[in-house]
Design a protein around this ligand. Structure first.
Ligand code: SAH
Length: 263
């Protein structure tokens, strides 16, 4: 048997958000490699070997998967959401780049999944209807100065900003700092979403103002996607129900007079 490696996105939580193509890749695999909770989401079956690992060892996990594929196994590396968004697909290519040249003969494919920001946006309405960006607040892999430089740039550009990895026990203050930076450039009334565990039984969606979000930063956790609205992001209120949140597709003029080079 000639081996292969496929990096599979499991979506944010519910099995209904696993694509048929991702499911087919899981069904065809001989080995599942990934972070424990994601590996647990793949049911046991005869002929399937599961390799669960800790969250912090992505590149070693990817190298292990490449070794298995080089030995002739059909390996599925699983990620939550989309595997290309702050996840295992990049770790696989990092391991490939650093590994032996023979690994270049392994067919590697990536099977997309629904990433957290798209699931969160769908729950809220259409907050990503205009231009937007995604930033990981984790400073494990990049200096915090890089995060703040990028945040300032996208705040000035009036993009909707999706924050992944907003907070953890080891990184308790970064989200508060990011929201304070946002409050320096955006109105206190700007809608901010805290979308937690979307697609899982304990899902919650909180729609806050930016001013409220600054004080509520510590109530977010690792399972939360934080979305900061742009100047045009707004609510449509409903009687007895949460409002819809949306960002119009059209932009009349640049609202940030602070952009460099403006006269
Ligand atoms: N590859 C994943 C992201 C991995 S980074 C994806 O495409 O979604 C992990 C971060 O994703 C978490 O800290 C959180 O910010 C976000 N996230 C993942 N699953 C989520 C979910 N079900 N609900 C809300 N946010 C989620």
């Amino acid at each position: 048997m000639s081996g292969s490696l496929i990096v599979v996105g499991l979506g944010p939580g519910t099995a209904q958000w696993i694509t048929p193509a991702a499911q087919a890749a899981l069904d065809a695999a001989t080995d599942i490699v990934g972070y424990g909770p994601y590996v647990d989401r793949v049911p046991e079956r005869v002929g399937l070997t599961k390799h669960a690992s800790d969250n912090r060892v992505e590149v070693e996990r990817a190298a292990h998967a490449l070794h298995l594929a080089a030995d002739g196994r059909r390996v599925a590396v699983v990620s939550g959401g989309d595997p290309g968004v702050f996840a295992m697909a990049a770790a696989v290519f990092e391991a490939l780049e650093a590994g032996p040249r023979e690994w270049l003969n392994i067919p590697i494919t990536v099977e997309p999944g629904i990433t957290a920001m798209l699931a969160a946006a769908a729950r809220a309405g259409a907050p990503l209807g205009g231009d937007f960006c995604a930033i990981s607040l984790s400073d494990n892999l990049k200096p915090w100065e890089v995060v703040t430089t990028r945040l300032r740039a996208v705040l000035a550009a009036d993009l909707v900003i999706c924050l992944y990895n907003p907070i953890s026990k080891a990184r308790p203050w970064q989200l508060g700092k990011a929201l304070e930076l946002a409050a320096e450039q955006r109105s206190p009334e700007t809608p901010v979403l805290f979308a937690r565990a979307v697609g899982r039984p304990d899902e919650s969606l909180r729609i806050l103002t930016l001013a409220e979000a600054v004080t509520a930063a510590s109530t977010a956790d690792m399972a939360t996607l934080v979305m900061i609205g742009a100047s045009s992001t707004r609510l449509i209120a409903r009687e007895g129900r949460p409002p819809y949140v949306y960002t119009p597709r059209s932009v009349a003029k640049m609202p940030c007079a602070t952009s460099q080079g403006r006269t």
